[in-house]
Write a protein that binds this ligand. Structure first.
Ligand code: NAD
Ligand code: IPM
Ligand code: MN
Length: 353
């Protein structure tokens, strides 16, 4: 029987609530499919920070390197500045393990109503491939004359040819597996170095994939078209920041952040990949047992696919789709009145049907 070692970091806010629930679903799916998940829970995050003045122990990354995958909830607490919490836990993990792809699928499932008029289930089915270790998120910059009137902040974006090429190639390969359609997002009209390099590399790599229909959009136009004609997108490749922004839009047009799954993928077999939903710690609803657990559950399915347990992954996706289709036991963000726990119970019920 295959056994996988999973590092679980529930993190902050609703992260704790939805991870607890998603683990129940994963356990059930693993029993049904004859493999086992051996979890180790890490209480790293903002509460840990209040006690230890650090988001994770000094050897945290080394500890994580021993695992087959990382399953994370969310990070962020209103009492601490976000750049401290995120640069203390989430972003170092993405960088250290070279998780250069952030994979974010958005599908409008049956039973879910898009806020866009006239868009029906099945008519949005796209995946954003977000560059995940460099670009606008490179931790490069500094302050000068801090707290004086002439204060200066410099935040540099870093775009390497290697980093750009590998994420674009990943997107082309995904496009080959899907509908052979790929859109690249830049802002090369205003950003005349980084995005010009991106465009150039995109054009070069496209020569290796003559069957893939490509186009390039500026980020502002892409935001508009995600609303105006979302059905036209299939695979979309974007830089770190643009991908971040686009995936919140993609989530909203397909039912919201409560359904948006995400994986931070490393192609180095020695490195664990990390699976965490697109949403954050949602301090506005934490502790009420009303968060939608489905994004975390679908993220768990993504993790199982990555581990090679495709049957179990598909069965979880099927169960989630079943719950959405009937509309029984859905949470308030989707128009229902079920609690986080009730919604999970319904998924498990469907999984066992
Ligand atoms: P958020 O995603 O936490 O919440 C945005 C809105 O969506 C809120 O109204 C929230 O209630 C709602 N929402 C999110 N997930 C939901 C779910 N599963 N079910 C129902 N409703 C849900 O974004 P934010 O409010 O901008 O950020 C809150 C904190 O989370 C900040 O500290 C931010 O930095 C952090 N954050 C962390 C991650 C991450 O860990 N990957 C991602 C985004 C934001
Ligand atoms: C996400 C989040 C993070 C990001 C933040 C919290 C650093 O918004 O995963 O989408 O921008 O990557
Ligand atoms: Mn985001």
């Amino acid at each position: 029987m295959n056994e996988y070692k999973i590092a679980v970091i529930p993190g902050d806010g609703i992260g704790k609530e939805v991870v607890r629930e998603a683990c129940k679903v994963l356990d059930n799916a693993s029993t049904l499919n004859n493999f086992s998940l051996s979890y180790e829970f890490f209480n790293w995050g903002s509460d840990y920070y209040f006690k230890n003045n650090t988001m994770m122990p000094i050897d945290g990354l080394e500890i994580l390197s021993q695992f087959d995958a990382i399953f994370l909830g969310a990070v962020g607490d209103p009492k601490i500045q976000d750049h401290i919490t995120l640069n203390g836990l989430l972003l170092p993990i993405r960088r250290k393990f070279d998780q250069f792809v952030c994979l974010r699928p958005s599908t409008l499932f049956e039973g879910v109503k898009s806020p866009l008029n006239g868009i029906n289930p099945g008519e949005i089915d796209l995946v954003v491939v977000r560059e995940n270790t460099e670009g606008e998120y490179a931790n490069v910059g500094g302050f000068q004359y801090e707290d004086f009137d002439d204060e200066i902040a410099i935040q540099s974006a870093v775009f390497t040819r290697k980093g750009t090429e590998r994420v674009i190639r990943y997107a082309f390969n995904l496009a080959m597996e899907r509908n052979k359609k790929l859109t690249s997002i830049t802002k090369s009209n205003a950003q005349g170095y980084s995005m010009v390099l991106w465009d150039k590399v995109f054009k070069e790599v496209s020569k290796d994939y003559p069957e893939v229909k490509t186009n390039s959009l500026l980020i502002d136009a892409a935001c508009m078209d995600f609303i105006r004609k979302p059905s036209e997108f299939d695979v979309v490749v974007a830089s770190n920041l643009f991908g971040d922004i686009l995936t919140d839009i993609a989530a909203m047009i397909t039912g919201g952040l409560g359904l948006a799954s995400s994986g931070n993928i490393s192609e180095n077999n020695d490195n664990p990949s990390m699976f965490e939903p697109t949403h954050g710690s949602a301090p506005d609803i934490e502790g009420k047992n009303i968060a939608n657990p489905l994004a975390q559950i679908l993220t768990g399915a993504m993790m199982l696919s990555y581990l090679g347990e495709n049957t179990a992954a598909d069965s979880i996706r099927g169960a989630v789709k079943g719950v959405l289709k009937t509309g029984n036991s859905i949470t308030s963000d989707l128009g229902g009145n079920a609690t986080t726990t009730e919604c999970t119970k319904e998924v498990i019920k469907k999984l066992n049907e």
